[in-house]
Design a protein around this ligand. Structure first.
Ligand code: NAD
Ligand code: UPG
Length: 444
């Protein structure tokens, strides 16, 4: 089957490559010439485990190509996936739909055969219906174009696995022509359906809401445990044990209960804000006021971590801080709304000398926070540090030898912003350890 993917960022490049891996002929379209040049050369412009091999294999097999030409896209396929960014509007909570609209503006007038456009970007409810009307307005008369919504649930770091073996496939369709859209979706995802992947066909609004509700739930779960972490800090309890204990209840489950510096990335923070904004537009803002608190709790983790540095070191001004981790999560080079970088930036603004090391995210970090002192290794970042902060749980950090690092730093103080270190191992060799939601961590 021939299909295009419009927008080849984290989501689009992964979707394009994985669809080619499943045997489809895929054309990826982007407006970023530098990104296209890399992809055409078999280089993935971001870090995602396993993706580059798939891109290279499918480029060589001739199943995957990239272009900037919408004419080529319209001629090539009658099934298109829209995967451009929907960032937060500057100074507002709402989503910026400029890129989504511009895809429709570019593609619709060029369509000359019956076509299905599956939206994959995360959008405010009502967008698909609006785009459907826009397409009808912009495409040639008598050519039938259907806009459907196929939300994406992949996680960065597991993007290939999540695309090839999703937990479920959801297709939102407009009422009139659902059979045609459903047939196209079943053909695209035949491999997953053969593996009994749950497949749900819903109306457009439900499909759009499924996506933002899933992210709102995940964000709520993280902020829930972080709120409990605040109480644990005040009460002298240990949130790690508490999370384990409540997680044994199947109804609660163990996942997404890791307390720490909170959630970041290009999805959860902006998606809960856009969800609140859209609910407000629909007159249902009261329904989601709890998400404001979810956001507040999350942001508070960052200032709390800065306060722990102040408590441990006596002052931030003049303190030498080593920050291990800049990406918003391990196995990714994504620094969008990264809690780690935010904390590093706050510390620098308050007068600390901040050295940062991350295995993959330094180039992206430099673009956002050019003034931090980026180092090429754990040792370089930690040299003569007064305090070390582990803010992204890369394996390289969780397995580092605390005995060796003792000789590198000036004072052995460690803040475990992800509760990912073996506390006893660090304390045994003489480190003063602080986790988040753990008040028992002073040197034994
Ligand atoms: N990153 C994820 O893990 C993930 C997972 C699920 C859903 N999503 C959603 O998918 C969407 C894309 O996210 P992303 O992380 O891939 O963003 P991204 O910024 O990495 O990629 C967006 C791409 O779209 C391109 N683009 C912009 N305007 C274009 C146009 N008119 N035509 C063609 N290409 C254009 C950009 O150059 C960029 O390469 C967002 O709505 C996001 O919320 C992302
Ligand atoms: O127990 C936890 C779990 C996660 N996090 C943090 O939460 C953020 C988001 O993590 P994760 O959800 O794994 O990453 P994303 O790749 O942003 O994926 C989310 O956002 C995507 C884009 O919408 C969705 O497709 C995914 O289903 C959804 O998990 C990261 O900063 C994590 O460090 C925690 O603090 N504690």
């Amino acid at each position: 089957m021939r299909l295009t993917v419009l927008g080849t960022g984290y989501l689009g490049a992964t979707h394009a490559a994985c669809m080619a891996e499943l045997g489809h002929e895929v054309l990826g379209v982007d407006v970023d010439a530098a990104k296209l040049a890399k992809l055409q050369a078999g280089e993935v412009p971001f870090y995602e485990p396993g993706l580059e091999e798939i891109v290279q294999r499918n480029l060589s097999a001739g199943r995957l190509r990239f272009t900037s030409s919408y004419q080529e896209a319209a001629d090539f396929a009658d099934v298109h996936f829209l995967a451009v960014g929907t960032p937060q509007k500057r100074g507002e909570y709402a989503a910026d739909l400029t890129h989504v609209d511009s895809v429709i503006d570019s593609l619709a007038p060029l369509i000359s055969k019956p076509t299905v456009i599956f939206g994959k970007s995360t959008v405010p409810v009502g967008t698909a219906e609006r785009l459907g009307a826009l397409v009808r307005e912009r495409s040639p008369a008598r050519v039938h174009v259907e806009v459907a919504w196929n939300p994406e649930f992949l996680r960065e770091g597991y993007a290939v696995r999540d695309t090839l073996m999703p937990d479920r496939i959801v297709i939102g369709v407009g009422s009139a022509t659902s059979d045609r859209v459903e047939r196209a979706a079943r053909e695209v995802y035949a491999s997953q359906l053969a593996e009994d992947c749950p497949f749900m066909v819903t109306d457009l609004a439900t499909a759009e809401l499924v996506k933002v509700s899933a992210n709102a739930f995940l964000a709520t779960k993280i902020s829930f445990i972080n709120a409990i972490a605040e109480v644990c800090e005040a009460a002298g309890a240990d949130v790690r044990l508490l999370a384990e204990a409540i997680g044994y209840d199947d109804r609660i489950g163990k996942k997404f209960l890791k307390a720490g510096i909170g959630f970041g990335g290009g999805c959860l923070p902006k998606d809960i804000r856009a969800f609140m904004a859209r609910a407000g537009e629909l007159g249902a803002d009261e329904a989601l006021t709890f998400l404001r608190e979810v956001d507040n709790i999350n942001v508070r983790r960052r200032t709390k971590t800065v306060e722990i540095v102040r408590q441990m070191c006596g002052s931030i001004l003049g303190t030498r801080v080593a920050v291990l981790g800049a990406a918003f999560k391990p196995d990714s080079d994504d620094v969008r709304d990264s809690p780690a970088l935010n904390i590093a930036g706050q510390l620098q603004l308050q007068g600390a000398a901040v050295a940062v090391y991350d295995p993959k995210a330094i180039e992206n970090s430099k673009r956002i926070f050019p003034t931090l002192d980026y180092q090429a290794s754990i040792d370089d970042a930690c040299r003569n540090a007064d305090v070390v902060l582990v803010l992204t749980e890369w394996e390289e950090f969780t397995t580092v030898d605390p005995g060796h690092l003792m000789d590198v730093v000036r004072t052995p103080r460690i803040i475990d912003g992800r509760n990912c270190l073996d506390q006893q191992r660090w304390m045994d060799v003489g480190w003063t350890y602080r986790g988040l939601g753990i008040s028992i961590g002073e040197r034994a």
